[in-house]
Design a protein. Structure first.
Length: 267
């Protein structure tokens, strides 16, 4: 369970590959895809084109393959994210998030940007830790989905995946950490084609004129050095709905014990 949690934590501190059928669309380069992902999250201080993503909510499906056991674990639920853009244009925005699992068991993973809560009702315990401590303990690990989507090219070596498009024409890129990580060997991202084309009006000006934001990330698949993988696929995504800060506050139920990492579940 420890490795599964750490791999998931890598995803939420960072954030499924599909088989591709075609080469990238004419006029779309790898740099276009990278910028379309980074810019809405504060890449280059927000100086690139494209609307900023302040918050989003979605349903998610997760599938983890545990290589040593030859076993597949599946889960699903809802996720809410909000980015604090009051810290100045030169900083990647701080992320607040809430993941609620409904299957296979109920679980909540909540952060207000300062504190991380991991609550498993069946254990009647919640793990409380500081986000900064979690990042400091993994200082060598560039896996920073929520805090680092704006700087993927800083933390990762990025290239086209093989294959590089899925059946819907969405782009697939492969990312490898620039520094060795015990949690990640490589990462696949499936990027929404409309987000890429809307980002650059020189490619499809009519999409820009249509207005509205498109969340660029459709799915991620993390592969660790031991052959394990975790896929998270986002569905029914809604962007910039004005999520309240109260959404990211964990309200401890009466009688639930608070433990520090390592005291309760052995993380």
């Amino acid at each position: 369970m420890k490795k599964t949690f750490l791999l998931f934590l890598a995803l939420i501190l960072l954030l499924p590959g599909h088989p591709a059928l075609a080469a990238p669309q004419v006029g779309v380069g790898l740099s276009d895809v990278i910028k379309a992902v980074e810019s809405p999250f504060g890449g280059d201080g927000g100086r690139e084109r494209g609307p900023a993503i302040v918050d989003f909510q979605a349903e998610f499906f997760q599938e983890s393959h545990i290589a040593s056991l030859e076993r597949m674990q599946r889960g699903r639920g809802e996720v809410w994210l909000k980015f604090d853009r009051t810290r100045g244009s030169d900083l990647v925005p701080q992320a607040k998030f809430r993941w609620e699992y409904h299957q296979p068991t109920n679980q909540e993973i909540v952060s207000d940007g300062r504190t991380l809560w991991v609550y498993l009702p069946e254990n009647n315990q919640v793990i409380r830790s500081d986000i900064e401590d979690a990042l400091r303990q993994q200082a060598e690990n560039p896996v920073t989905f929520l805090t680092g989507l704006g700087n993927l090219s800083r933390d990762f070596s990025i290239r086209w995946a093989s294959p590089n498009r899925d059946a819907g024409g969405n782009y697939i890129i492969e990312l490898r950490p620039r520094r060795s990580s015990p949690l990640m060997n490589r990462l696949l991202m499936v990027i929404d084609r409309d987000a890429v084309l809307r980002f650059d009006e020189n490619l499809r000006p009519e999409l820009r004129q249509g207005g509205g934001e498109v969340f660029p990330l459709l799915s991620t698949t993390v592969f660790d050095p031991n052959g394990n993988s975790t896929l998270i696929e986002f569905r029914d995504m809604r962007v910039n709905r004005g999520l309240p800060d109260s959404m990211f506050e964990f309200m401890r139920p009466a009688g639930v014990e608070v433990v520090r990492p390592g005291e309760g579940f052995g993380f």
